[in-house]
Design a protein around this ligand. Sequence first.
Ligand code: GLU
Length: 453
Amino acid sequence: MANLDIELITPSLRPQYQAMLDRNPGQTEFHQAVHEVLISLEPLVGKKPEYTDLAILDRVIEPERQIMFRVPWADDAGNVHVNRGFRIEFNSALGPYKGGLRFHPSVNLSIIKFLGFEQIFKNALTGLPIGGGKGGSDFDPKGRSDAEIMRFCQSFMTELQRHIGPDTDVPAGDIGVGGREIGYLFGQYKRIRNRFDAGVLTGKGLTWGGSQVRTEATGYGLVFFAQEMLAAAGTSFEGRTCVVSGSGNVAIYAIEKLQQLGAKVLACSDSSGYVVDENGIDVALLKDVKEVRRGRIADYAAERSSARVVTDGSIWDVPCDVALPCATQNELHQDDARTLVKNGVILVAEGANMPTTPEAIDVLQGAGVLYAPGKASNAGGVATSALEMQQNSGRTSWTFDVAEKRLHEIMVDIHRQCLDTAAEYGKPGDYVAGANLAGFIKVADAMVAHGLI
Ligand code: GLU
């Protein structure tokens, strides 16, 4: 478990941290996300009296609304299951609540709250008018038939639909929720509400309101961000070796873009292990195994003579120049960070949300490795969701090139905001401080303008 020492937080912000701990016992992932942001806010202390007067921090760490509900459904054999559904409507200072839905057995209130909290600042960094939210369920989609997934999505939406809307709260995908699930969720929403509210969900299919590049956006955006980090350090992806953990939506499209930029991706993973492919990962095969067949990483290796599967140890043992954790929270630990540094890694950028533990971040930053937190580097997904909302509002759709160009501009802009804000507050080159400060200030200033609500 992460070391969340209160002493690392500047003294005047400790009461808020303590109050959050007391109010949310046992929510360790949420504690971790708040701890990181509070450490970063130290340079603001004494500079913004209006934040203190209006209790901005106390209000930012308390969600505006927390929804939990029962999700009953029947499997193909007629057995009844009961899952729990969540939607945390965290902050609407900048726009409608926006954030994905995660279907995974590990989901609980702490995980959804950490994700929702990070989403507030990530969404602010995009510069687009979206607030922060997150939802999901402890439903395990693994091994479930299409019909079971559909019935689960329908039951989940039967309750969720009363809380969401294009100007209220706009869910999308996350782990376990992709195009198929968004389709079933949208269908049920449309049926119950009798409205084709295209903008109520993002990540839709291209013929019914989806945006070009949304599928690719998180992975592509991550690589665009990392490209800017390398450029700022006077180098590029050309000829670089990379390791990308995960093999879901984020990992697949990060690998694709890395290869387009001349890098070689040596390894990727799933929960059963990792593959090392000396010839570089074959993205077309990976897509087929993971997205079409919904198979395991071993199925990939079985069809590639240059690849081997490793089922023990860590993917971070594979030497590389660039490491992109794109699987899940707290997947890159202190020992992994030490191994990466020993093997000469120059850049770590997060495609997943909070994949690097605080101790691992310390190791990377201490060794001078370029390190980007997910709330900056993986913001391309939600940014393109906001572009999807724009297209839905205008009842129009853009070409792939137009959407990709907008995504690229947004990632360049987020990178610039991180570096400029970090420098302005005396933390040059610190992407964590830059992202947290820049995102927080935007949200806090809007909250000040809105008064005590
Ligand atoms: N789940 C993604 C994230 O973590 C995307 C959210 C969205 O598009 O609303 O940012």
